[in-house]
Write a protein that binds this ligand. Sequence first.
Ligand code: GDP
Ligand code: MG
Length: 738
Amino acid sequence: MNGHFSAVGDAPRGGNFDNGVQVIDEDKEFNDNLNDYLQSTHVAEAGFNYHLISVFGSQSTGKSTLLNHLFGTDFSVMAETERRQTTKGIWMSKNKREDKMADNILVMDVEGTDGRERGEDQDFERKSALFALATSEVLIVNIWEHQVGLYQGANMGLLKTVFEVNLQLFLKDKQSTPRSLLFFVIRDHLGTTPLSNLRTTLIQDLTKIWSTISKPQGLENARIEDYFDFGFAALPHKILQEDRFKCEVQKLGSRFTAGHRVGKPGSHGDQELEGGVFLPEYHRRIPADGFSVYAEGIWDQIVNNKDLDLPTQQELLAQFRCDEISREVLVAFDFIVAPLEEQQSEATKLGKILVLADLGVTGSDARGKCIKAFEGQASRYHKGTYTRKRQELESKVDTRLRTLYQGQLAAAHKAGVAAFSEAVTNKVKAGQKAGGSYEFAEIVASEKKKTLGAFKTEAKGLVIEGVAWTNFKAQYQLFEAELDEVSAKLRKEEMRRLATRVERWVKSRLGDAIGLEFNKLGSGRGGSGAPEDGQPPATERDLWDRIWTVFTGIVKEAEGRFAERAKSFDASDEEAEVGMWRLRRKSWVGLREKIDEEVMEGNILLKLRENFEDKFRYDEAGVLRIWRPTDDIEGIYTKARESTLTLIPLLSRFRLAETYAPPDLPGFIGHQPSGVEVRDEEDLSPIGGVDEDEGKSLEEEMTVLSEGKRQDLVVRFKKTADGVYVEAKRSAIGGVAQ
Ligand code: GDP
Ligand code: MG
C-alpha cells in the first residue's frame, strides 16, 4: 500500500470509507466490506437507481486526477514530483458531486494498465480491466492524444485480450447481453486535430482489434457494435491550461445523466445518443444490495480463468532460453537423422525396399544425446517451463523417429514377405528336381521361423528403454499374419501341382487299363454263341461294368494318394475335399476322352473286324477252321456277324449290365464342396447329369456313339464282314480245286 493511505493512516476496514473502498486488493482478493460501503453510502437501498463507471488506461495518464475532478472523489493521485504508480488494485467511491448528475454514481479507479513499471504483473492489469469491463455501464478509456493510433501506446493489445475473454466468459448468452459505453477521454488535446478525426481513428482501431479476436462458437459473426456504444470527449492539458481543463471537465461532468438513444444502435459513435451517457440498456439490472455478491462472482470467474494468466518474467526467460537450447540440440539430432529420413523417402519414392542398417542404435543414440544436451543446459531454468519444453522436445524428436521406424518396419515387412515367398518356392523347386521328395509343410514352417526371427530382431533393435511407442508388437503380429496368408497361397499352388501330378497318373493308368478292356473286344474267340436274345455274349456283355470298376478303382487309389500328400502340407480338410472333387471330375473327363479315342471310327472298326473274324474263323473249341465246300459257310458267317453286331448297341451307351442303366456318376463325383467357387475360375468341363444347369443329361453324357455314327458303323462293319466272307468262300473253293 503505497501512497494512498499515507495521508489517512490505516486501511479502511470496518467503517472508515473516507477514500472509498478497495474492491480488489493487490493480492487479488475481493474485499468483503464492499457491501458495508454500499450500505454506509445508502446506495444499497437504491434498488436499480445507481450507476457504475470505471476507468481504464495506461499508468500515470491522469486517470485518478480526472475522476477526482469529475466526481469529487478522493482517489490517490501521484505527486507531481515522484513518478511512481499510486493506485493499487481497484478502488470504488461514490460520486460526491451530485448536482446536475445522475443519482448514486459509483466510480471505480483501476490500477494503471501499462505495466511498464511492474513488468511481471500485467496479470493483474488484465484481470482488473476485464472486471471493470464486465461490471460497468460506462467504461472511461483514458488516453493521451498522442497515443491515438498507436496500437501499443493506446493499450489496444490489452483491449484485445479483454474483449476476447469478456466475450467468452460473460457475453455468450446473446439474449441477456448488456451493452456498455466505451467512453474515450482524450487527454492533453492540443486542438489541432479535431475530435471527429480522433474518433474515426479510434473506431477503426477497435474494429480491427475486434476482427482479430477469437470468438466463441455461434458468435463468429458478432460485431463490436453488438456489445458497445462509443463516446468521445477531449480535454486540454491540465497543468498548462488549468482553467480550460477545469471548464471542460465541468462540461464533461454534466454528461453523466440519464440519456436515451435517438438512432439505431451500431452506427458507431455517440451521435445517436441524446441526453446523458446512462442509457437504460447499459444497466446490468442487479439490485444495489446484491451488487457486492454479483461483483464477487464475476471476480471469481476472472481469477479462475486460465486465458488471462500471464507468465512471470522467470517463466518468460525460461521459455525463451529453452526454445533456444532446443533449437541448438536439434541441429545435432538433425545432422544424424535427416540423411536417414532422406534415404528412406527417396527409396519410398522409387518404390524400393530399404532396410536401414543399425537404425535402432543410431536413432536411440541421437535421441539420447539430444535430450541429455537439453537437460544439461535447460534444467536450471524455471522448473515447470523446463519440464514442458523438454516434453515438447521429446515429442518433436519422437515424431521424427517414429516416422522413420515405421518406415523401417514397413520395409522389413515387405522384404521379409518377399524373402519368405522366394525361399519356399526355391526349396520346393529344388525338391522337385531331386525327385519330389520334399515336405512342403516343413519347408514352410522352417522358413517362417527364420523370417519371423529376422523381423523380430529388427523390431527389437528399435526398442528404446522406457519409451512406450517403441513397442512394435502389433507390427510383428501383422507380419506374422501376412506370412500365414502367403503360406496359404503357396500351399494352394502346391496343391495345384499335386493335383496335376495325380491327374496325370490317373490318365496314364486309365490309358493302359481301358485300352486293355477294349482290346479284349478284338478277340471274339469262343464267344460266338448264338445271340438269340440279341444280347452280346456273356464275355462281352459286362464291358462297361469292368470299365467302371477299373475306373473307380484307379480314382479311389488316386484320391488316397492325394489326401495323404495334402495332409502333409497341412492343408485343411476343406482344401483336400475340393482337390478330390476336382480330381474325380477330371478323371471322368479323362475316361470319356479315352473311350472316345477307343471308339474312333478306324479303331473300333478294326476291333469289330477282329472280333468277327475270331468268331467266324475259329470254332467253339477255338480251333482255326479249314473251309471245305461242304461247310455251312454262310450259316457260320451270319452267326458270327450277328454276334459281333450286338456289340455296336453295347458300345453306344455306357450302361451297366445288371441294371441296364448308366453308372451313378453324380453320386460318384459328389456335390461341389460348399463355400468354394471352383467352376467359375477354372477350366472344369461341364459334365452331363452332374452339372444340372449345363442342360446336358446323364443319358447324353453316357452316349458313346450317336445314332448316326452307330448306323454308319453297322454299314461299314457289314461291308468288312462281307469281304471276309467272300474271301473264305473263295478259299473253300480254291481248296477243292487243289
Ligand atoms: P493515474 O495513474 O492515471 O491515475 O494518474 P494520476 O491521476 O495519478 O496522475 C499522474 C500524473 O499526471 C500526476 O503527476 C498528475 O499531476 C499528472 N496529470 C494529471 N492530469 C494531467 C493532464 O491532464 N495532463 C498532464 N500532462 N498531466 C496530468
Ligand atoms: Mg491513479
